[in-house]
Design a protein around this ligand. Sequence first.
Ligand SMILES: C[S@@+](CC[C@H](N)C(=O)[O-])C[C@H]1O[C@@H](n2cnc3c(N)ncnc32)[C@H](O)[C@@H]1O
Length: 237
Amino acid sequence: MSYRVYKDYLIRKFADFALRYRLRLPAGYVALNAAAYGILPEKCIGLDLFAKYGLYQSSDFEEICDYFEMWEIDPEFARYAKKFFPKAEVQVGDSVDAVLNGKLLRKDYNLVLLDNPYGLYGNNSEYCEHFELFPPLLNYLDDKSVIAINVIYDIEVFENSQKRYNKLFNSDWEKRRNVFYNTNVPKRVPARFFLDFYQTKFTEWGWNVPNCFFTARQNFTGYVVVEIEKKFENLKI
Ligand SMILES: C[S@@+](CC[C@H](N)C(=O)[O-])C[C@H]1O[C@@H](n2cnc3c(N)ncnc32)[C@H](O)[C@@H]1O
């Protein structure tokens, strides 16, 4: 096991131990809040499009799912994911391409985790955050589903935290962000902005949004969690 994976593995083991004494990681809070809102599906069919080896966020979702599909583009990470989550369906490949070109394994996911990379990614920087996934991802969902979407709400704090990885906010990212959100997005965005935006968008895409909430993850990023329900006129009969 490489040093980095080993370190993350030990951190997760420590977290699992601490969890028994009520510590929770962010995705654990998402699940807990979703349960409190009464929106967790009875039988969770989970989809994780950016899994890495799953030790941080994915693990908390995998635990509550009857079926859990993990996509990871890096074969080395995927190999570890298979090892850590033997019951999960681990797919090696480009999940955005899979969504855009009909390669996901099912059409009835009802719990989705989008722990996408920051900024632009893909061989030719063709992807940005989770933007390309919408609305095509909706074609793979059950009539009633919950999606946790990772968003960045404070770019300046993000930049300070990422300096050592050389991953900074650049003008291309800013442009793509402004186009997706259809406004000049300020560097610090109130959670309410994201909630209003996704609520409006999902409605435009043909879904009702009975519930949505924000769960902060760190001091610059968080999850927008939406419960969506297919509008009556779009229901499969
Ligand atoms: C933020 S990490 C995910 C962390 C993970 N959810 C966890 O719980 O530890 C993002 C991951 O997405 C992967 N990735 C990037 N582009 C991808 C793509 N197009 N398809 C699938 N995975 C991708 C990266 O290799 C990276 O491992």
